[in-house]
Design a binder for this molecule. Structure first.
Ligand code: NAD
Length: 296
């Protein structure tokens, strides 16, 4: 299949490579020339704008962009995708953005005869490279079925979440809970250690008791508890605090539109905002524990 791919960053680059490995041909665009050159070396063709991708005779276009503003610009701009593709080309946006923007873009795509899915991912850069991402997909059943073989080349769990925008809803609800649970684990670990507990013993208790969660068990924020966690290598790698801040912002903003209270999500957002302001946005999001240990 001939696929267009826009946004060849930390996630999009390895995702595009997995499509090439699965035997698809790719036409790619990214304003960052080195990102394009790396994909061309791997066998893709380069285009010099979103419009050029749209006009390259592709059957499917995938976007993996930083924010909703980028997505709107790439889809709806003068030199963008929608103004330049023919009807029937399948569009898949895997960027993490707010559900309202997703639904707005979907409305314009559908009005001109282009099926479209939102398909944000979890699994991070490791999952993108290994082709084991989880895709949370919003859009009609028939379009989901059409996209399944393509998404399967980049991911392991492909979950249909319902109508357009629901992929983003699933993603931001999960990540809001992840942010809240990380702050909770950080607070509990810092409290226990400050009152004299050994961090490893405390983590062992939590992980065999009712406080257990992914943040305590797989990505424990206390240094030395888990040898392979970012906390034990200076909080490098992993999922950046600024990306968590972005996702918490999407969740609280979507909640505001829905008049839905997200009290703990808003607290977590403010804590990550404070942490980012202190210059820590590049650290793994488990480093938020330093706010509670007086080390931020
Ligand atoms: P990134 O900043 O590494 O990559 C984004 C890429 O988009 C860059 O190469 C940039 O040059 C390119 N770009 C910007 N404007 C463009 C345009 N007009 N046309 C084409 N390309 C353009 O970001 P990332 O880490 O790859 O994240 C991409 C998306 O995936 C974000 O929405 C992010 O929230 C989400 N996400 C990231 C992770 C992660 O661990 N990094 C995990 C899950 C989801």
């Amino acid at each position: 299949m001939h696929i267009g791919f826009l946004g060849l960053g930390n996630m999009g680059g390895p995702m595009a490579r997995n499509l090439l490995k699965a035997g698809h041909s790719l036409t790619v665009f990214d304003p960052f020339p080195q990102a394009v050159a790396a994909l061309v070396e791997a066998g893709a063709r380069a285009a010099d704008s979103p419009a050029a991708v749209a006009k390259a005779g592709v059957e499917v276009i995938i976007t993996m962009l930083p924010t909703a503003d980028h997505v709107k610009q790439v889809y709806r701009g003068k030199d963008g995708l929608l103004a330049n593709i023919g009807p029937g080309v399948l569009l898949i946006d895997s960027s993490t953005i707010d559900p309202l923007s997703t639904r707005e873009v979907a409305k314009y795509a559908l009005a001109q005869g282009n099926p479209i899915l939102d398909a944000p991912v979890s699994g991070g850069t490791g999952g993108a490279a290994a082709g084991t991402l989880t895709f949370m997909v919003g859009g009609p059943d028939s379009v989901f079925d059409q996209a399944l073989p393509i998404l399967s080349a980049m991911g392991k769990n492909i979950v249909h979440c319902g109508a357009a925008g629901n992929g983003q809803v699933a993603k931001i609800a999960n990540n809001m809970l992840l942010g809240i649970s990380m702050v909770g684990v950080a607070e509990a670990m810092a409290l226990g250690v400050s009152l004299g507990m050994d961090a490893k013993v405390l983590a062992g208790i939590i992980n065999t008791s009712s406080g257990r969660c992914w943040s305590s068990e797989v990505n424990n924020p206390f240094p030395g508890v888990l040898e392979n966690a970012p906390a034990s290598r200076g909080y490098s790698g992993g999922f950046g605090s600024d990306l968590m801040l972005k996702d918490l912002g999407l969740a609280t903003e979507a909640a505001r539109h829905a008049r839905q209270p997200v009290a703990l999500g808003a607290v977590a957002q403010q804590l990550y905002q404070t942490f980012s302001l202190q210059g820590n946005g590049g650290l793994d999001f488990s480093a938020i524990i330093n706010l509670f240990r007086g080390e931020a």
